[in-house]
Design a protein around this ligand. Sequence first.
Ligand SMILES: Cc1cc2nc3c(=O)[nH]c(=O)nc-3n(C[C@H](O)[C@H](O)[C@H](O)COP(=O)(O)OP(=O)(O)OC[C@H]3O[C@@H](n4cnc5c(N)ncnc54)[C@H](O)[C@@H]3O)c2cc1C
Length: 421
Amino acid sequence: MRIAVVGAGIIGVTSAYELAAAGHEVTVFEQGGSIAAEASFAHAGLDGAGCAVAWSPLAVAGGVLGLALRGRLPAALAPSLNPGSTRWKLKWLRANRGAAQRELHQRQHRLAAYSRACTTELTQSLHLDFERSSGVTVVSRSAADSQRLLGALAVLDQIGVRHKRLTADECRSLEPGLNPQAALHAAVHLPDEGAGNSREFAHLIKQHAQRQGVRFVFSAQVIAIQPGAQPELTVTQGTQRARENFDAVVLCTGLASRRLLAPLGLTLPLIGVSGVSVTAPLRLDEIHPHLGPASVLLDPRRGASIVRAGNRLRVSGGARIGAMSRAQEVAALKPLYRTLNEWFPGAARTAQAQQWQGASPTLPDGLPILGRSGLDGVWLNLGHGSVGWTVSCGGARVLAALIAGITPEIDTAGLGIDRFR
Ligand SMILES: Cc1cc2nc3c(=O)[nH]c(=O)nc-3n(C[C@H](O)[C@H](O)[C@H](O)COP(=O)(O)OP(=O)(O)OC[C@H]3O[C@@H](n4cnc5c(N)ncnc54)[C@H](O)[C@@H]3O)c2cc1C
């Protein structure tokens, strides 16, 4: 089949690769000048099912959200909520109640675990060399924090994610760079989780996709889709406008999907959940060889992760429902520097830090839409929320199977568009 993939974030690139590997002739249209330049650019890079389910930014923000909607929000937290999106928040709360939430956790875990296996298989078979850290340590600062962690541990038990509770001393021996003065009560270690540089991964996968014949067209914005047996795309590139037909079109357009689908009568409850990150070179010091994190440190109290990425570290956090103004971005960055300074003071050359703001394309139940759109010839792989990288390789393989008419290797219940009809 001749297939067009629209969007070259981590989702579009992995989809293009899997479709080409399945024997299709693939063209990727990307409005920007390179791949992985939007939401997939400088996010935290966590790639495990447990973190995705128990400590996703939205799950943490959810506590705040629930309080807000019940009118019990502490005034200091109010700015993290965008009043314009109340309907979406209500949908989110409804999807995340009781037994329904447990079902969502199982589905997310199934997709994330499958995806991790696919990523590992690709990494080995294609000899991909990219920045990775293995093991996640979730810290608690006080007995009350440790008590609060119990809820998350119950979720890990439910979905079957391996974890080990650590004393403060055990935690320090896993993460010897930790500030000896930092308030550390206890920790939980997730040995099968970790983080990886998804942008670097995307560039490597793009090269392999190109070897399989995938054509990438940059600065090419798809402005209209005509569904049909041979769906047609209208694409602008500079001053040129062209129409092209394919056998199938796959939308991997993240947040922009709403704009493309609305004229076709498809209105999705897709919203951006904004966050920020700071990436800085580690201070390499022979006298103190353990400066900085050994792997991944998660601080749920601050809603922040600190990840080692080769000779750099990345601190990431924030979960604002809706867009972030420049002032809000500055306000969201401050606690990241503070958290870094609390756990790993002096470990990074923050004067050379690169700051980033991104928005995860998020649906109220936190799962992506994967499969048919209901419009002839148009397929969807979008709305991955805070786990786009985590589920990218598995989701792309599921999509390729669905397009080929083959039963995917995992149960895809709850991933279709029917749940929003
Ligand atoms: C602060 C933060 C931390 C995060 N941490 C994690 C994490 O630890 N682990 C994890 O798994 N995920 C994480 N995420 C989520 C992750 O970043 C996203 O889920 C993922 O990047 C979404 O990928 P995407 O390819 O769907 O979207 P994008 O990367 O945004 O790609 C969409 C692409 O489509 C292109 N496009 C759109 N419209 C058109 C058009 N009309 N024509 C042509 N091209 C078009 C865009 O230019 C863009 O390149 C985080 C996100 C944020 C903001």
